[in-house]
Design a protein around this ligand. Structure first.
Ligand SMILES: Cc1cc2nc3c(=O)[nH]c(=O)nc-3n(C[C@H](O)[C@H](O)[C@H](O)COP(=O)(O)OP(=O)(O)OC[C@H]3O[C@@H](n4cnc5c(N)ncnc54)[C@H](O)[C@@H]3O)c2cc1C
Length: 398
């Protein structure tokens, strides 16, 4: 049995002003699209599909943004993917984040802001330098050196990923009538122009097309695992609430961190957020993705290391900070490190959007907008999707 929709709204009704009393042509029926997966990719896809006029049902097995899309950093960069296959997707998506923020009251409710970005070298065993470089903000008072500005307020920005994903869905529900169902999709069947998603417990949802945005769970779905391979890379994060948040400036930090025990350097990241918290992430490892996102537990050693990193970089992030979250989640990665966005070969009406690895929050909006065009118009004009086609893996799977 399906649980009842957690969000619902009546679909918008178009009132025709028929001053001349001519019989008006009935609107063509809306295309019904199922979106499976309530992470940032599924939600952005549902948003743009519904805004373009589709009747969308989004199905999520657990809760919205319960996995990587709720536990990511939310760092956005305009040009860091330049020169690679993601360049045009990333540039389009950076701009879309800006226009979505304008649409959603400046993005204040989900911590959207432009910020400067520094790279720094940190050597745990050293003392803080005596003469401070003026490029290093005062709150970074640990043993750091070699600051480089690697992003400015023109080229880097951030969102709180969970708040962003939930806010966008809220708008899609309220303004464009998206329906949300909580239930685990067991399989998808296509036949006679109708797509059916079979949901655990026996429910079925019908549509004209389906978009599978299942992140690192894609591999557990036969329709997808027979065509592409998506593996999960586990990564850890910590969310702190420092006592003196006002002292902490809007700077994202990319570290080259040298531990005191002489172990290999690490590359953790630190993002202060306008929502009154500081996010620290790093420490990744290959691990099996559990069936249920609620079962993903952080490794205590990894969390201990992240706490040490935070306290070494700044006394504001030391033991006096309140620990708001210690967490882990899985990056969805493909074999060639390029997302898969397109129609599944041999399955008309079945689309996939996943494999965004460490750039899913950045690339969610352009992926959703491009997918909406592909499903409803047959091609995408916002980004050329050829490079992302699942057809590139044909004949290469297990
Ligand atoms: C530590 C960390 C930091 C990161 N930082 C950044 C960053 O700063 N900037 C950036 O751009 N990206 C970042 N990322 C990457 C980003 O988080 C991911 O690329 C993105 O969240 C992937 O989104 P998704 O929707 O594909 O997958 P997920 O967020 O994993 O969502 C998939 C959803 O599908 C649901 N699902 C799965 N199977 C089923 C089923 N059978 N039925 C129904 N629902 C199902 C799951 O429950 C889940 O909610 C980071 C990732 C990590 C791990």
């Amino acid at each position: 049995m399906l649980k009842s929709p957690i969000f619902s709204s009546s679909r918008p009704v178009t009132l025709q002003a028929s001053m001349d009393h001519k019989p008006s042509k009935p609107d063509p029926p809306k295309k019904r699209v199922l979106v499976c997966g309530g992470g940032v990719i599924g939600v952005c896809t549902a948003y743009f599909l519904s805004k373009k006029g589709a009747a969308v049902t989004l199905v999520e097995q657990s809760s919205i943004a319960c996995a990587a899309s709720g536990k990511a950093g939310g760092f956005l960069a305009l040009d860091w993917c330049d020169g690679g296959p993601l360049s045009s997707l990333a540039r389009a998506s950076f701009d879309l984040h800006r226009s979505l923020a304008q649409e959603l009251n400046g993005g204040e409710s989900y911590g959207y802001r432009s910020l400067n970005t520094l790279s720094l070298s940190v050597t745990e065993s050293e003392n803080p330098p005596r003469g401070r470089k003026s490029t290093i903000p005062d709150w970074i008072n640990g043993p750091v050196k070699g600051p480089k500005t690697i992003g400015t307020t023109e080229t880097t920005a951030q969102v709180h990923p969970q708040l962003f994903t939930k806010k966008l869905l809220e708008k899609a529900v309220a303004d464009y009538g998206v329906e949300v169902v909580i239930g685990k999709v067991k399989s998808v069947e296509a036949g006679d122009g109708e797509i059916t998603a079979v949901v655990e417990g026996g429910g079925e949802i019908g549509g004209d097309a389906v978009v599978l945005a299942l992140g690192p769970w894609s591999n557990k779905f036969t329709v997808l695992s027979s065509v592409i391979r998506v593996h999960g890379l586990k990564a850890h994060s910590l969310v702190l609430e420092p006592r003196e948040m006002d002292a902490i400036s809007a700077h994202a930090l990319f570290l080259s961190y040298h531990p005191a025990n002489g172990g290999p350097p690490m590359d953790p990241e630190i993002y202060p957020r306008p929502t009154g918290e500081v996010y620290i992430c790093g420490m990744s490892s290959e691990e099996e993705v559990p069936d249920n996102p609620e079962q993903i537990e952080p490794n205590p050693d990894s969390i201990r290391v992240l706490k040490r990193v935070a306290g070494t970089v700044s006394s504001h992030l030391g033991e006096e900070s309140r620990v708001k979250a210690e967490q882990a989640c899985f990056l969805p990665c493909t074999d060639d490190n390029v997302p898969v966005i397109g129609e599944i070969p041999g399955m008309k009406g079945c689309y996939v959007a996943t494999g965004h690895s460490c750039w899913g929050i950045l690339n969610g909006p352009a992926t959703g907008a491009a997918m909406a065009e592909l499903v409803l118009d047959g091609h995408s004009s916002i980004v050329d999707l050829t490079r992302f086609s699942p057809a590139r893996f044909a004949g290469r799977t297990r």
